[in-house]
Design a protein around this ligand. Sequence first.
Ligand SMILES: [Zn+2]
Length: 105
Amino acid sequence: MNKIRKGDTVEIISGNYRGVSGKVLKVFPKERRLIVEGVNFIKRHTQPTQKNPQGGIVEREASIDISNVMLICPKCHTRAKVKIGKIEGGKRVRICKNCEEMIDM
Ligand SMILES: [Zn+2]
């Protein structure tokens, strides 16, 4: 089970962007990769479109490996290891190991 979800804030823990934090824009669970806002920009050539008839180069975030990030707990604002817990009704939740607060899935 993937413990990081779209919309989470994560901190990059290795590579060129170490120490940078940002919001998760997209998760690719099968590849175990994700895209973090503002992290790992690459230049991409674009085809000409009506809006941009010249085509050109845009910078976009590229995916990074999920093992390079850590979740920032929204409750205690520290890098959090999380465990999966169950609450009444069988709903699964993430629990921050630092503050023991629940973090919505
Ligand atoms: Zn916490």
